[in-house]
Structures are given as structure tokens and as C-alpha cells.
Design a protein around this ligand. Sequence first.
Ligand code: ADP
Ligand code: ADP
Length: 226
Amino acid sequence: GTLVLKNVFKRYDNSSVYAVQDYSLECFEREFVGILGPSGCGKTTTLRMVAGLEEITKGDIYIGGRRVNDVHPKDRHIGLAFEDYALYPPLTVYDNIAFNLRAKKTAENVIKKEIMRVAPLLKIEDLLDTMPSALSGGQKQRVNIARALIRKPEILLLDEPMSHLDGKMRQILRTEIKRLHKEINCTTVLVTHDQLEAMSLADRIAIMKDGELQQFDTPIEVYNNP
Ligand code: ADP
Ligand code: ADP
């Protein structure tokens, strides 16, 4: 779906300053948007508000035309691949991906069908019986994204998916994410502090500084008119 932020503010309870300030943004359906900026500028806070995980102090966020806060968490179709959703160590890759669906009492045959749908997208078919501890960093991220896609999200949110990978792995996963976005055609928002990553992946880049949106434009425009 489309993603719209209208004059969004966030101030954490224990803080006197705004982590996100007067942030407005409109993303098209199926667009790949990169949120780029240095550490502490408010990227993750923004993404967490979009995901409905963080209260919005002021302003509104709409996904597919519906105000995030008006939609019950159970009815939100948002896929998150965040650091905090680490894979659960005692479960195989298959069971990790199945976890949320099982919690919703989805039938096992449906779960299997869904896993067989997303596994090839991330090229993890051969890893389904593997334990998380035996996966490389890049493989973990693939599984993480597969777990997000199993929810058939309207919008896919990726928070620094490449940050813990070495250079080569990073490049491979970047290519994969780009291909994946083309295949699934889902509105995608990627948070990163890596300019190259944003430049190579995003249709448009939202540059943040000190909680504010500084620029929202195509990579070429960002490059030519920083
Ligand atoms: P980024 O993702 O760009 O690194 P964050 O959104 O994590 O930035 O943080 C933006 C600002 O909000 C920072 O000043 C950070 O210290 C502050 N912040 C983030 N999370 C919390 C929290 N749970 N409580 C208080 N302040 C927070
Ligand atoms: P709901 O139907 O309320 O989303 P779920 O059981 O599917 O219930 O998910 C419960 C919670 O699991 C979510 O609200 C979220 O906090 C967390 N969660 C874990 N992994 C993911 C993921 N990949 N994408 C989205 N949410 C996740």
C-alpha cells in the first residue's frame, strides 16, 4: 500500500527533545524508499511508528489510506525485519518462519504452503531444517525477511538489514533485496546510514538529520543536488 506521514512528531517520555520532528512523507504503492541519515537522527523511531510499535506524539501515519493507529494490531499487514526480532535459537528455520502463523492457529498445511512460497524468494529452501546458530549472518537476514514476508505485508520495513554483514555478504544481500522487491512488488522502506546502500536500492531517498526530513528525492537528484 501507499505510505503517508503527515506532520509526525515523536518525543520520548524521558526526553525533552523531539526524536522526530514535523516529518511528512508520501510513498507510492510499490515504491522502494530509503531512509538515510547518521546514527541518532530518528530513522528507527520513524520506522517503529510506521510499524505501530511506537506511539506517535503528534501527527498521523497512513498505510494504504488507513490510519495506522485506527487499525487493530492484528489487522495490520506489516512485515518487519528488525534487529530486535532475532531468530529464536531453539527452533529450526522452518519453525521460526512458522512461529507467527502457528500463534494465529493457522493450519499446518497452509503454513507449509506459505513457507514454500517465501523460501524460494529468499533462496533458503535448503536451510529450512537448519538451526539459527548454524546460519551465516546473511542467511539469518534472509530468514528474517522470509519471516516478515510470510505475513503477506502491505508494506515491508527493513531496519539496517546489512549492518552486521561483511562487505561481500552485504553486496550479495543488497542485490537479493533489490531482486526481491521487483518480484514481490511490495512497498518497501529501508532504514540505513549507508549512502551507497540507499543509492543502489531506493527509488527515492528520504534524508534525515536531527529528527527532520531534509530532502526526499531520487538517488540521482540526491547525488546532483545534495
Ligand atoms: P537512528 O535510528 O537514526 O539511529 P533513533 O530513532 O534510534 O535514531 O533515535 C533518535 C533519537 O531518539 C536519539 O536521540 C535516541 O537517543 C532517541 N531514542 C531512541 N529510542 C529511545 C527511547 N526508547 N527512549 C528515549 N530516547 C530514545
Ligand atoms: P498480530 O496478528 O497481532 O500481528 P502475531 O502473532 O502475528 O500477531 O505477531 C505478534 C507480534 O510479533 C507482532 O505484533 C510483532 O511485535 C512481533 N513480530 C515478530 N516477528 C515479526 C515480523 N517479522 N514482522 C512483524 N511482527 C513481528
